[in-house]
Design a protein around this ligand. Structure first.
Ligand SMILES: [Zn+2]
Length: 313
């Protein structure tokens, strides 16, 4: 079961959704919290479902669940027991599945598109630290410790019915390798692996991106490899670097180009593109096949991508 391959068999581009956390903030949710969007899972799940539905309606082929910062350890700090934490992680998948089914129940919504799927966000260990480590790496953990961190959430997301695991915002190769190894424990699952980058050639911790892609590219369960939550400035070069070493589909969902301050849990500066959705054409031309947006992007941006990608309005 690999919905990524199924969609790319039919269309040249698979449209990913845009930001969740910053979109929730734009709609008035207060995410000033170590748990970010996971806090809204507890308090305002209906708003999360509505954001998912709006991305589907904008033309996204998949949405990414609100589990980026939802971890067993994070919820335990809030006094939730193990069962409550698993239930909340699984709720993130249910909300996205409900939004997808609601979209698909409308006959006119099905015209000209493949049935969208749900990608369960597997945020990095750095997101649990909530100190900006997902843009630095250097956790000081072993591969085994990272596997043990990721295992219970990954199992919960798969058991809740997620179609794909979106292993995203990964700053370092060791974490990608830990996830790749862990996938072997869930042999029927499909995943994408997406790094953050510090420049046109290197992921955040400093490893050469092309070498990271090369390390992962023989893994049968990894359906796409790429970059997210990185400045659009670096994206065309990073796509070309990946293309040199892999035939797997390349995915990109950069942020708006503003910079994140972990201390303030806020984004500074201005979007660097006149139109994010129009700029995404350049990423397609460079060789990306799964395209969407990360922090500070909106359903309007995704609508622009879907419009040129599917040639419809
Ligand atoms: Zn982001």
């Amino acid at each position: 079961m690999n919905p990524i391959a199924s969609i790319l068999d039919l269309y040249p581009v698979l449209v990913i959704d845009g930001a969740l956390a910053t979109e929730l903030e734009r709609r008035g949710c207060d995410l000033n919290d170590d748990l970010w969007s996971a806090k809204i899972l507890l308090e305002q799940p209906g708003v999360i479902k509505q954001v998912h539905l709006d991305y589907f309606k904008a033309g996204a082929d998949c949405v990414t669940t609100a589990s980026y910062q939802a971890t067993m350890e994070g919820f335990a700090r809030r006094g939730l027991n193990e069962k409550e934490a698993i239930d909340l992680i699984q709720k993130s998948v249910r909300l996205a599945l409900e939004a997808r089914d609601e979209l698909w129940a409308g006959e006119s919504n099905r015209v000209g598109r493949f049935k969208p799927f749900v990608a369960a966000s597997v945020g990095p260990y750095g997101a649990f630290l909530a100190d900006g480590s997902e843009y630095r790496g250097n956790y000081g953990l072993t591969e085994k410790e990272l596997i043990d961190f990721h295992r219970p959430r990954m199992r919960a997301l798969i058991e809740a019915g997620a179609d794909v695991l979106a292993c995203e915002t990964i700053p370092c190769l060791i974490e990608a390798q830990a996830i790749a190894k862990l996938l072997g424990e869930f042999p029927n699952s499909t995943a994408w692996i997406s790094f953050t980058a510090r420049d046109e050639k290197h992921i955040s911790e400093g490893q050469v991106f092309a070498e990271c892609v090369n390390q992962l590219q023989d893994h049968p369960q990894i359906a796409a490899i790429g970059i997210n939550c990185t400045s659009p400035n670096y994206i065309p070069s990073l796509i070309r670097e990946a293309k040199k070493v892999t035939r797997k589909p390349i995915l990109v969902y950069p942020n708006s180009g503003e910079t994140y301050s972990a201390a303030k849990n806020d984004w500074n500066g201005n979007p660097i593109l006149d139109s994010f959705g129009e700029a995404a054409r350049e990423w397609y031309d460079a060789g990306a096949r799964l395209i969407g947006g990360c922090c500070r992007t909106t359903p309007e941006d995704i609508h622009v991508i879907a419009s040129w990608a599917r040639n419809r309005n």
